[in-house]
Design a protein around this ligand. Sequence first.
Ligand SMILES: Cc1cc2nc3c(=O)[nH]c(=O)nc-3n(C[C@H](O)[C@H](O)[C@H](O)COP(=O)(O)O)c2cc1C
Length: 140
Amino acid sequence: MLVRCLYASRAVTTGPDIESILDQSRRNNPKLGITGMLCVSDDVFIQVLEGGRDEVCDLFNTIVRDPRHTHVRILVFEEISERRFANWTMGQVNLAKVNPSILLKYSDKATLNPFGCSGHATMALLQELVATAAITGRPS
Ligand SMILES: Cc1cc2nc3c(=O)[nH]c(=O)nc-3n(C[C@H](O)[C@H](O)[C@H](O)COP(=O)(O)O)c2cc1C
């Protein structure tokens, strides 16, 4: 059974930590059959994880305990019939490089605030970022 988990958190540190998180993701996720995307702004992470229910839940439980972020909030958890991020072991979006009009399309201000809007709006934003090729990194 496939599930999708979307969550947001507050970054404790950024910079080199992002590379190390992406390295870990790209090393571990293929073995687990997990795909997804990590979206990073100044102090916010948004991540979507897709895969088997056990694998996604186990990885999420590991991620929640990671000291590089705090205030982890699940935005969407759903059973799915197909993946939306099948091509990405863990794609990355740096929101500093995203056109503000895309942010404005889904929220009241051109800043990222996943804690103050619906999970489905945040999911729609991520899908648009994939569609507009704002996503970077190595496809799986
Ligand atoms: C925002 C965030 C997202 C993360 N995403 C993943 C991920 O998709 N896959 C992963 O294996 N680790 C991820 N991690 C790291 C895990 O918390 C943990 O450090 C890692 O899985 C340990 O892997 P290792 O034992 O191979 O070093 C993430 C950490 C943070 C803070």
